[in-house]
Write a protein that binds this ligand. Structure first.
Ligand code: PNS
Length: 159
């Protein structure tokens, strides 16, 4: 069984994330989406809401499992026998920090990181920009899956 993990904050999941998860799901038998809990960062969506949205939009892939984790990504991998982390690289600006994390993670447990070049359609896309644009009433319908758009509209209008 070849396993990989796509980790992130996913606050919320975007079409860019979904593209990487979908591509990983074609390369591996089982793909974990790890929603990493960062207690220092208050998100727009609760962890359970993020998980629900990811489950909904990845349901068709069939080999994607979604879990939250509080701790080191390498421990998530060790506990589930996952040898590979799959990450999207949007631009050169992503590279410095991603390389540091990949080398640190590899040094800690030997886990490998595989970088997938982001689909150019999504090279400017991030959850933070989606939230900012949506908060000011901008149209993000082409940037997030439909259930996420609905959740964003609900949250930003009602809270
Ligand atoms: O979506 P994000 O916020 O860019 O994802 C970053 C994330 C969650 C993948 C990264 O911060 C992470 O792996 N956090 C878990 C804690 C950890 O393992 N830290 C050491 C990294 S070398």
């Amino acid at each position: 069984m070849r396993r990989a993990v796509c980790p992130g904050s996913f606050d919320p999941i975007t079409n860019g994330h979904l593209d990487i998860i979908g591509r990983a799901s074609r390369l591996y038998d089982e793909v974990y989406v790890a929603v990493m809990i960062n207690k220092a960062k208050k998100g727009l969506f609760e962890i359970e809401e993020r998980i629900e949205l990811i489950r909904e939009v990845t349901a068709d892939y069939g080999n994607v499992r979604v879990e939250a984790f509080h701790g080191l990504l390498v421990d998530f991998c060790k506990q589930r026998d996952i040898p590979a982390i799959v990450k999207g690289l949007r631009a050169v600006s992503d590279f410095d920090y991603e390389l540091q994390m990949a080398q640190m993670n590899n040094g800690l447990t030997g886990v490998e990181t595989l970088f997938v070049p982001t689909n150019p359609t999504y090279s400017f896309l991030s959850s933070s920009l989606v939230k900012e644009v949506a908060a000011w009433g901008g149209d993000v319908s082409h940037l997030v899956p439909a259930p996420v758009l609905e959740a964003l509209n609900k949250r930003l209008r009602k809270d």
